[in-house]
Design a binder for this molecule. Sequence first.
Ligand code: FEO
Ligand code: CA
Ligand code: CA
Ligand code: CA
Length: 614
Amino acid sequence: DDVTPEPELKLGFESIPGARLNAVAVAAGYSAQVLAPWGTPLNSQANSWKDDGSNTSQDQLNAVGMHHDGMHFFPLNGSDTEGLLCINHEYIDQSALHPAGATEVAGKRPAEEVRKEINAHGVSVVHIRRVDGVWDVVTDSSYNRRITSATEMDVTGPVAGSGLLVTKYTTGRGVENIARGTNNNCGNGYTPWGTYLTCEENWPFIFVNSGTQDAGQVRMGIPASGTRYSWETAEDGLYDEFTQFNVTPSGTDATQDFRNEANGHGYVVEIDPYNPASRAVKRTALGRFRHEDVTFGKLETGKPVVFYTGHDGRFEYIYKYVSTKLWNPADASRIDRLSVGSEYMDDGILFVARFNEEGKGEWIPLLESTVTTSGQTLGEVVGSQAEIILNCPWAGDAVGATPMDRPEWTAVDPDTGLVYVTLTNNTSRTEVNAANPRTNNKFGHIIRWQEGAAATEFAWDFFVFGSPASGDSATNLSGLTERNEFASPDGLIFDSRGILWVQTDNGADEVTENTNDQMLAVIPSRLGSADSGEPVVDGGNQDQLRRFFVGPNGCEVTGLAFTGDNKNFFVNIQHPSNWPYSRNAAEETPVGVSVRPRASTVVIMKDDGGEIGV
Ligand code: FEO
Ligand code: CA
Ligand code: CA
Ligand code: CA
């Protein structure tokens, strides 16, 4: 037989020291370019970015949004040098967005400022191309588009048709299953059929219900007074352009107010980047909560398509969606991608995780017939299937799901199918459980599981615990050193070769005094398993966990995408404090110089043109 053995996969760079610079730091032999920073024009309707904050809301609607987060690269014609980069824009920094920060007049926000803020959120689809080793945006490409917190989109799945999306706006439009805008787009996913998935995370805080809230709204955390940006105070345009954010009922008629507006938020949203005329679709079957990200499980022909998605909140839950339709690989090449999405993502069962002792876990279906811990059914406690979906956290409480230390990203090993999740931190934890064993969990941890033979069983273990290198043996449970200490793991992505990349969003002083946020690499398939209760990773072994990249001061490192040849990595830098200074991401902002900070994608390439990381 003429079988060439696969070369052994191993990390081919030296772990770098911690850094605290107004510049990125990357392993020796690599370079880093700034690509598509906030405000980069996507078409000629946008004026070029101005460093005084004076760009208009129309400029912003036609330019890259703010505070880049999750991201995915979709090649054009299979190219490794040209494609569509979909970028989430999680939130905004009003002081950088406007000339003099947020303003208000007599308690009202100016409409133009609010429109600019709304347009700086959402998703950018950006046509990018590498020419002579430099990546740039293809301005005026017909693929370029912005989806914002005002873009109308479709809603499918159990909540569609329930009557629970009816508002003055939907009534005025004469359609029901629509929502206005996507907001707080944090982590992402993508599908086997070539679409982008964007996740709505901290959306509750743009709404206010100052009236009587039902149990579901209270549990979800819709504020009773005040909102994050006070958008609801701005002067109204057509269809109550801004009062939509005030979801307080004004009477008894849902067609005359916006009490149901927030029911259109809190979902995984599917976008077909290859079809700029297509509308985004909110897939409610995957649940409604503060989604961090979403990842599909290992694909098997003739088996359901599975998606994992965590709720980033203290003591919140991890979910799994299992499609009714069984995977047919021919669907990967259909061009009616959103129809494929409907087939796999609108009809299935949503489960919530319970982590039991001894590494065993179970998935509990969120169905009307599921018996809760009180002995009643979920239907009796929460209501119809649409209401259960609308109120996943409440339903999770009722069935005894395990409260976790802020589930952020999930990732699936392309070889083994093992599922990993970052539990970023939880300083409010006073009572431990099997999977969250530290009180005052400042540094976070990563666990993983293997699905069992039945769809309702899994087996889990600890992968690694965050800690400062200086932590004592009760804190530094993975033996991390100064070359791989980290805290608050957040972004988590496998590349196609099986390297797991871990990104951080850390606020713990014990680590930030040594290094800014970072990206580390580990190859789990080379590590085997650990003794019961012990983490898999041995931080003292530099072959196992290596630091590849460190971001500039003030930032979080989040979002990672690859070209198919693994020779170009795209990493997002969110909320830097005084960066970027130039197109060279590693060029330090000179001492004494203040730049208007811009979240940005950073492209990493190996100087010898080879594959990254190996
Ligand atoms: Fe937007 Fe939970 O990070
Ligand atoms: Ca995150
Ligand atoms: Ca985070
Ligand atoms: Ca963030």
